[in-house]
Design a protein around this ligand. Structure first.
Ligand code: NAP
Length: 502
């Protein structure tokens, strides 16, 4: 392996200075927020810019909203709770929202690529994935029907009702701007809970486009609301306003903890989808081609900027060289570039801070004795260039290197070796996170032993697949609270009410 020819990482720093046409979308008429069934006035507001991370071009300049608009949005949602829509109506809305995604896949996908950077095929896949959450929720509404107990405790009949919990505050990250919203909004609408949505300031455009589609569907005013801009001010209102009873957040563990602390005196229900540090474990009896293919799927989606992607790769000693060869071959075949360009499979990192984080982890590992088999140290991009980081495979990675302990959120594959099964379970669990893990072995008994001891909410067995609408997904430990998807994802937005009666 050591004799392999190194490729020049700077070859990926392509010139993306050719100007894109100024951003324009047939879906967007009003570049602003939405509350009470209307697009918000934006005159006189301070603004912020949305940037194409691949070209650094300004896509749009949007009004920045804060606490007062968020309070007004929450208040416009309150009347919806006085007369929740019947389940059949919610099912129709969910089905229509799913259809609106699919019908507008190409344009929504284009917007996601422009503001997030991911390749267009991936962005369109994200739209289909998002649609599936609404479609799936529409088919699960029976779980919310009143339920009569079979027993007659205290000599009475008992009925259990699922009531909308209250207004739902939904805060989403930039890495899946459409899908992360779908995971939350599908549950809230299914439960009959009106929502105030706050997308990330780096990727609000796809959400604005989506709200134009929602506007046309004729949901009751106040059912869905959109604010963006001053995140701390918006977050504070969503934590403190008495009408907000559920706060669902996807993002970093640090912000999740801050919101938890802010909301604690107000006793909100919190649903927190936070950071990860996924171990990808390959035992000596694994199908190595399958493991390498699945690693690629897990690792490079969204340029490695996903909470579930393999962050640490642990390979048993005897197959380490053979597995590493397979990975390097596949990584070298990746095409880095602007996501709208044909054939591109890996886009830029979201911004310079992300580039610096990935760079510093790679530098730290190389400085401590790791070797880059492809990719590696990369000079920072010029201010007018996208933040492209070359897909990087590191070997000789050892305990103590930061790249094993921190979420890289980038296109890095740090490969470490292990010897014993008992040792690797301990190492994999040695993190504050507990979101996703992956295990590759042909031995069912070993799989059962290892998986039952891993403290992660999602464990792929011979598969690098992530969440799906049909199954509850969420983290253990500091990766979060609550679940999205499946029946459990709907139940996050209801309060149960028991009615004993003669
Ligand atoms: P982030 O910085 O925590 O931001 C997430 C959202 O929180 C954004 O909308 C952001 O708004 C908002 N926010 C920031 N500070 C806030 C505050 N004080 N009050 C209220 N809202 C605030 O996270 P990110 O960098 O966008 O996302 C990456 C992280 O998300 C990673 O750690 C990743 O693992 C995690 N993630 C987890 C899952 C999961 O399912 N568990 C899925 C995807 C991502 P602005 O953008 O306007 O600042």
């Amino acid at each position: 392996m050591r004799d392999r020819q190194r490729i020049d990482p700077t070859q990926f720093l392509r010139d993306w200075s050719s100007p894109l046409a100024k951003f324009n979308s047939a879906l967007i008429e009003h570049y602003t927020g939405y509350a009470g069934g209307r697009f918000l006035p934006s005159a006189g507001k301070s603004t912020f810019k949305v940037i194409d991370p691949a070209s650094q071009e300004i896509l749009a300049e949007l009004p920045s909203f804060g606490g007062s608009e968020t309070s007004a949005a929450v208040e416009s949602a309150v009347p919806v709770l006085e007369d929740p829509a019947p389940l059949e109506t919610r099912a129709r809305w969910l089905t229509e929202i799913a259809r609106a995604h699919v019908d507008n896949r190409d344009e929504l996908g284009r917007i996601v690529t422009l503001e997030n950077g991911k390749p267009l095929a991936e962005a369109k896949g994200e739209i289909d994935y998002a649609a599936a959450f609404y479609r799936d929720a529409a088919q699960r509404l029976d779980v919310l029907r009143p339920r009569k107990l079979k027993e007659r405790p205290k000599g009475l009949d008992w009925t259990v009702y699922s009531r909308p919990a209250g207004v739902a505050g939904l805060i989403t990250p930039w890495n899946f701007p459409v899908a992360m919203l779908a995971k939350k909004l599908s549950g809230a609408i299914a439960a009959g809970a009106p929502a105030v949505v706050k997308p990330a300031e780096k990727t609000p455009l796809s959400c604005i486009a989506l709200f134009h589609l929602l506007h046309r569907l004729g949901l009751p005013p106040g059912m869905v609301n959109l604010v963006f801009g001053d995140a701390p001010a918006i977050g504070r209102v969503l934590c403190e306003h008495p009408a907000v009873r559920v706060l669902s957040f996807t993002g970093s563990t640090a912000v999740g903890k801050l919101l938890s602390a802010q909301a604690a005196p107000h006793l909100k229900r919190m649903s927190l989808e936070l950071g990860g540090n996924a171990p990808f474990i390959v035992f000596d009896d694994a199908d190595l081609d399958l493991a390498a293919d699945q690693l690629m799927t897990s690792k490079f989606r969204a340029t490695g900027q996903t909470c579930v992607c393999a962050n640490r790769v642990f390979v048993q000693d005897s197959i380490a060289a053979a597995f590493t060869d397979r990975v390097v071959e596949r990584v070298r075949a990746l095409q880095v570039g602007h996501g709208l360009e044909e054939g591109v499979t890996v886009g830029p990192l979201i911004d310079l801070a992300a580039f610096q984080k990935v760079s510093s982890l790679v530098d730290d590992a190389l400085g401590a004795g790791a070797q880059a088999l492809t990719g590696g140290r990369t000079p920072p991009p010029a201010p007018d260039k996208g933040c492209f980081f070359p897909p990087t495979v590191l070997t000789g990675v050892r305990k103590g290197m930061r790249i094993l302990g921190e979420e890289a959120f980038g296109p890095t594959v740090p490969i470490a070796r292990f010897t014993e099964e008992s040792e690797i379970v301990r190492i994999a669990n040695d993190t504050e996170y507990g979101l996703a893990a992956y295990v590759f072995t042909r031995d069912p008994a070993r799989a059962e032993r290892v998986i039952s001891r891993l403290r992660f909410g999602h464990v792929g067995l011979n598969s690098g697949t992530g969440p799906t609408p049909e199954a509850p997904f969420g983290g253990m430990k500091h990766s979060g609270l609550g679940r999205e998807g499946g029946e459990e994802g709907l139940l996050e937005y209801v309060e149960l009410q028991t009615v004993p009666h003669p």
